[in-house]
Design a protein around this ligand. Structure first.
Ligand SMILES: C[S@@+](CC[C@H](N)C(=O)[O-])C[C@H]1O[C@@H](n2cnc3c(N)ncnc32)[C@H](O)[C@@H]1O
Length: 207
């Protein structure tokens, strides 16, 4: 990681510490849960960030798809991998103010040239993508994981890797539906990985 990226990650780290305080206030009934959920990063965290960076960096010129940009934390890890591997990141978010912040941070990190920010409903936008996706991070609202999987599955290149976050929390019921669906997909190998909030990592193969 170069200094510009390290500086941007440090800004996110400070914001995450503040987010913990806001979430506690919401849990204690001192703040509106919906308002707080909209303000906090809801980020994958540093361990998952590093893992997705390692996985995507190992690919050759990958098309990386991120579902759930939020304020851009995981996108920094993925954009760095895109730059290092000669690939590109397409990231999707329904809230324009979050995508705008994420775009500003990618400029600060020197990574903006490697990111295509798309604002709108991810399920619809995935359907409009051409074939040829090599890496997917699934990290939006949990009831959308299966509809997103069904939308991006036909777009995957052989060897594509899918990382789905939040398998342990906050919604294990929706997570179990996603795990069952991804494991039942033809030509898919999949395993739970106890990193961060719990991941399901899957690989799509041609044969
Ligand atoms: C858990 S956060 C993503 C965190 C981000 N990946 C990170 O680690 O920094 C989930 C995001 O999905 C977005 N989202 C929810 N429904 C969506 C939809 N239909 N299309 C696109 N984004 C959506 C939410 O606005 C929220 O910002």
């Amino acid at each position: 990681m170069d200094q510009a990226i390290a500086d941007v990650l440090a800004i996110y780290d400070a914001r995450m510490a503040d987010d913990m305080r806001k979430m506690k206030a919401a849990r204690d009934g001192q703040a509106s849960f919906d308002e707080v959920r909209d303000q906090v990063l809801l980020a994958v965290g540093p361990e998952t960030g590093r893992l997705i960076n390692i996985l995507a960096r190992g690919m050759t010129a990958p098309t990386i798809l991120e579902l759930g940009t939020s304020y851009g934390y995981s996108g920094i890890w993925l954009a760095e991998a895109a730059r290092a591997s000669g690939g590109r990141l397409i990231t999707m978010e329904k809230a324009d103010y979050k995508a705008n912040y994420a775009r500003e941070m990618s400029v600060k990190a020197g990574l903006a040239d490697h990111v295509d920010f798309r604002v709108g409903d991810a399920v619809q936008m995935i359907r409009d993508l051409p074939h040829g996706v090599d890496f997917v991070l699934v990290d939006l609202w949990k009831d959308l994981y299966v509809p997103c999987l069904e939308a991006f599955y036909p777009k995957l290149n052989p060897g594509a890797v899918i990382v789905a976050d939040n398998m342990r929390q906050p919604d294990p019921v929706e997570a179990a539906k996603y795990q069952a669906a991804v494991r039942a997909m033809p030509k898919m190998t999949s395993i739970p990985v106890p990193v961060g909030s719990g991941l399901e990592i899957s690989r799509f193969d041609a044969a």
